[in-house]
Every structure is written in structure tokens, then in C-alpha cells.
Design a protein around this ligand. Structure first.
Ligand SMILES: Cc1ncc(COP(=O)(O)O)c(C=O)c1O
Length: 507
């Protein structure tokens, strides 16, 4: 069937009767000459590593217009690097530097504690150079861990990542090299000599550059070079709301954007290169990443949204005018976030966007209408896993809700997660697989992928429609109520909803 259909298409095209106004044969008209058609020069590369760096600077069109921004904004698209992030640059240069210094040779084993883009970048380099590579992550089921594994590196899941890395180094000091991205001066130099030079060679002097900081190497390297070229260039840091690296007067709290921000200890460089910072909430970050996809076709990650949202704020605050040039660094693409902000349901679950407006009678009813058919055990965080399993069996459920001494929600343990941990044990090279410790505390074995929903918020009760959308991406939702103590707000779990409850309610 398929073959016949495709033959048919090619015959029709040959006769000039194909789709489109001009028939099947391609004819050059002013409308259909795409830039792609004009670019026929194909370069050859000896390995994928030759494609690291030299990422495109793309002028934004609709986004500045829609935000009332008069200056020119250029996105430095680091997701064009082969493994999808800015970290390819530092992985390549750190390894090259170590090779030149004689620290790395063909027998070297790279060991790095990183569950993010750095681990992927090192694994990419190791894949090409045929060096053994071990990346230690906290979660071996994440999208990043799967990518590292696909690149042929060994993924070790362990709680104390750094300690394991140094243990592997101690066991095999001649072979193992820890590249240690955080403390390596080569990183900053790479951005000074390469990333920033690329910007200068494409744009000349730049009036403002905006980016987030993880280690801070990108900001320092790029900032120093652009200021050398134009001392008036303003270096702006995009600070996630909850991070206190630059926003030191605010209270630190968790945030969802990945790769940037943290406590004021997390940065390893000189903060004085930055002139200005803008605080960006998770919602602003993710909405901006999605807007960049929709309006500019840029499939970039969450921290890229933070950087762009900060750029728009800074341009307005500092009156950057027509003809002035702003560069925004977009560190990675959407690949690590496919089940996160890329998903509408995930955005709805975090109350960042509204669920679709369906018209079924029950869709807009409050969740308090739902009768929860099952009760789940509620255990203190110091309980053991064995205790939790027994309690689940008594309740005939596969989940236990874990609370602290105040009764505040801490997380859940599930049979699925405990089974996963017990059957995918930590295995260090040359050693036996460690048996899972079922006598260990549930607190150390919480399920990482839990969705909660506050029974009531400032906006009122959430709807059954929202709850059903959340159940599209998770098998259960924990319903919580806000409680307050002298110190902090906390959330008291009041129930667990699954598809059973929704089906009972709507049928
Ligand atoms: C997604 C993302 N954004 C931004 C950064 C910041 O880069 P740097 O460590 O040079 O500050 C990183 C670094 O890991 C990252 O992964």
C-alpha cells in the first residue's frame, strides 16, 4: 500500500501535476526560494566534536515587537551544540586542555558527578574519543540519564554523587580523571575566547548581554570580553525567583527552572562582572520559553526563558533604545524538559496556565465534590521502608504519604519506586551490586515525581477538570491544605486522588 502510494506521487510529479500551484516540478520563483535552497555549500566534518561552538546568533522579530521593546535582540542559540547545550563547549575544552597537559590519554576514564548538561557533554566527548566515562547521577530514570546512557557512558545512581566520584578516583588514581567543571579555570577562558569572540565577530560592539548563572563561568567569560570591547556594555544576570546568588536580600526558596541559580555559595566566579540582575519567576520563565517556540521557532529550555524574560525587563528598566544590540544566551534546548514545561498538562498542574475550557458539566466543579474512595497510610519520615510496605499492604494500596513531625507533607513512597530502587541497585565498577536497605528511612527513598494540588488557593478550589488533566501525566495527585507555623508555611496532606476517583465521579 505504502509503496504504491509513494510511486503514484513520483509519477504525478514527473508529469507536472503534483501538489501546489506550480505542479510537481520544482520551479524557482521569488516566493519559493528559501534560504535553504540558496545554501548548497556543505562542509565536511571529521567528527561531531568539530560542531561544538560557533552557534548561531538569531535576531528575534515578533517577540521584541510584542513586548514593546525597541532595541535589537539576538539569541545565542547554544542548543545548536551537538549534545544540545552550552556545556559541550566546556566539556570539549576542559578535555582538550587536560590532554595537552598530559593528564588525559586514551586510557583515561572520565568520572563526573552531574545529572545535567555537563554529564551529557562529557559523555559526548568520551563517545567520540573512546574513553571510558562514568557519570554519577541522583536519578537514573531522568531524561538526562537516558541520554548519557545512550552516549555509551556508564550511569551510576547514587545519593552522594561527589563522594562516589572521589572514591572512584581514589580506587584508580592513575586512570580516573575528574574534570570538575565547577572549579576549572578553562571554562571561563573558553567563554572569553570562544563564545564571546563569536558574538563580537558577528555583531561587533554589544550594548547588553543577558544570561543565567550556574557556575557563573559563562557570565564571567562573556561579560569580561564584551566589556573589554565596549566598556558601556551592561552585563545582566537572570536570577530565578527563589535564588539568592545575586538577589541576596530575598529569602531563598525552591524553584523549578534548572541549571541556574541557587544559594550564594553555588557560584564559583567573580560576581562583580555583572552590572545588573533581574528576578524572574518560574511562571515567567516557562511562559517565555513557550513564547519563544511559538513566535520565533526557538525550541529552547526553561533557563533560556529566564534569560529572555530578564532581558525584556532589563531593556525596559534601563531604557535600551532603537539601534542598540542585546544578546541573550539560550543555554539549552527542550530535550531535557519534554515531560516538564513542554507539556501543557505539566504547566497546568503547576498553575502556570489554565486547563482547556471543556464544557462537560463536571469539568468546572470543585475538587471538593469528589468522594475519595481509598484511604492511604500516613507515616513519619523516619519510618523504615519495611514499615511503609506493611502499612501499604494493610490498606491494600501501593502508596504511603510521608509527613514530618508537624504533619507537613514531605513526599510519598510507592511500591513502584521501592521496587525500582531495589532492582536497579548502585553498582560501582569492580564491586558487587549493593542490596537495597529496606530497613532504611523512607525519607531517603521518596518518589521524586509527585504532583500535589492545594485544596484551596487564593483563586478558590481547583476544578475536577484540572485534576483530570494532572492525572494525564501522573498516576496519583496528593491533595494538600495550607498550614502555618511560626517559621514557615507548610502543607498538610488530606487525600490521594487516582483515575478511579475521577471515573467514579463522572460516570
Ligand atoms: C540549562 C543551563 N542554563 C545555564 C547554565 C549556566 O552556565 P554556567 O555554569 O556557565 O553559569 C547551565 C549550566 O549548567 C545550564 O545547564
Amino acid at each position: 500500500m505504502y509503496k504504491m502510494a509513494s510511486n503514484l506521487v513520483s509519477i504525478r510529479r514527473r508529469n507536472g501535476e503534483g501538489r501546489g500551484a506550480g505542479g510537481g516540478r520544482y520551479e524557482k520563483t521569488p516566493e519559493n526560494v528559501s534560504d535553504l535552497g540558496a545554501k548548497t555549500e556543505t562542509k565536511l566534518y571529521n567528527s561531531v566534536l568539530e560542531l561544538v561552538g560557533n552557534t548561531p546568533l538569531i535576531k528575534l522579530n515578533k517577540l521584541p515587537r510584542d513586548h514593546g521593546v525597541p532595541c535589537e535582540i539576538y539569541a545565542k542559540c547554544e542548543f545548536f551544540n551537538p549534545s544540545g547545550s552550552i556545556k559541550d563547549r566546556i566539556a570539549l575544552s576542559v578535555i582538550q586542555d587536560a590532554r595537552q597537559a598530559g593528564v588525559v590519554n586514551n586510557d583515561t576514564e572520565f568520572v563526573e558527578a552531574s545529572s545535567g548538561n555537563t554529564g551529557i557533554g562529557i559523555a559526548l566527548n568520551a563517545a567520540v574519543s573512546e574513553n571510558k566515562c562514568i557519570i554519577i547521577t541522583e536519578d537514573n530514570s531522568s531524561e538526562e540519564a537516558n541520554t548519557i546512557n545512550l552516549l555509551g557512558a556508564e550511569v551510576i545512581q547514587a545519593k552522594n554523587k561527589d563522594a562516589i566520584a572521589y572514591r572512584l578516583k581514589d580506587e584508580n588514581p592513575d586512570k580516573v580523571v575528574i574534570l570538575n567543571q565547577g572549579d576549572n579555570p578553562v571554562n571561563q577562558r573558553t567563554h572569553y575566547e570562544n563564545t564571546a569572540e563569536e558574538i563580537v565577530s558577528a555583531l561587533g560592539d554589544v550594548d547588553m548581554v543577558v544570561m543565567g548563572t550556574g557556575t557563573g563561568d559563562t557570565m564571567t567569560g562573556i561579560g569580561l570580553k564584551l566589556k573589554e570591547r565596549n566598556p558601556k556594555c551592561v552585563v545582566v544576570v537572570a536570577e530565578p525567583d527563589g535564588s539568592v546568588v545575586f538577589n541576596t536580600k530575598d529569602k531563598e526558596h525552591p524553584f523549578l527552572v534548572e541549571g541556574i541559580g541557587g544559594s550564594n555559595l553555588s557560584i564559583t566566579i567573580d560576581k562583580s562582572v555583572a552590572d545588573h540582575f533581574e528576578v524572574v519567576t518560574d511562571q515567567e520563565s516557562f511562559l517565555m520559553s513557550r513564547e519563544m517556540a511559538k513566535k520565533e521557532g526557538l525550541l529552547c529550555g526553561g533557563s533560556s526563558g529566564t534569560a529572555m524574560a530578564a532581558a525584556i525587563k532589563a531593556v525596559k528598566a534601563l531604557n535600551v533604545g532603537p539601534g542598540q544590540r542585546v544578546v541573550v544566551i539560550l543555554p539549552d534546548g527542550i530535550r531535557n524538559y519534554m515531560s516538564k514545561f513542554v507539556s501543557d498538562q505539566w504547566m497546568e498542574a503547576h498553575r502556570f496556565i489554565e486547563p482547556p475550557a471543556h464544557t462537560m458539566k463536571w469539568w468546572k466543579r470543585p475538587i471538593t465534590d469528589i468522594y475519595l474512595r481509598r484511604s492511604y497510610p500516613k507515616l513519619n519520615k523516619d519510618s523504615t521502608c519495611v514499615h511503609a510496605l506493611r502499612a501499604m499492604n494493610t490498606h491494600n494500596v501501593n502508596l504511603a504519604v510521608i509527613v514530618d513531625d508537624l504533619g507537613g507533607f514531605v513526599g510519598v513512597v510507592t511500591k513502584d519506586n521501592l521496587r525500582n530502587r531495589a532492582t536497579n541497585p548502585t553498582k560501582l565498577p569492580g564491586q558487587d551490586s549493593e542490596n537495597f536497605d529496606f530497613e532504611g528511612a523512607v525519607f531517603d527513598n521518596l518518589d521524586r515525581h509527585v504532583f500535589t494540588l492545594a485544596e484551596k488557593s487564593e483563586a478558590g478550589h481547583p476544578t475536577v477538570g484540572l485534576l483530570s488533566r494532572m492525572l494525564d501525566i501522573t498516576p496519583f495527585v496528593i491533595i494538600v491544605n495550607k498550614g502555618t507555623s511560626d517559621e514557615n508555611d507548610f502543607f498538610i496532606p488530606t487525600g490521594v486522588v487516582t483515575s478511579d476517583d475521577i471515573l467514579d465521579y463522572i460516570i
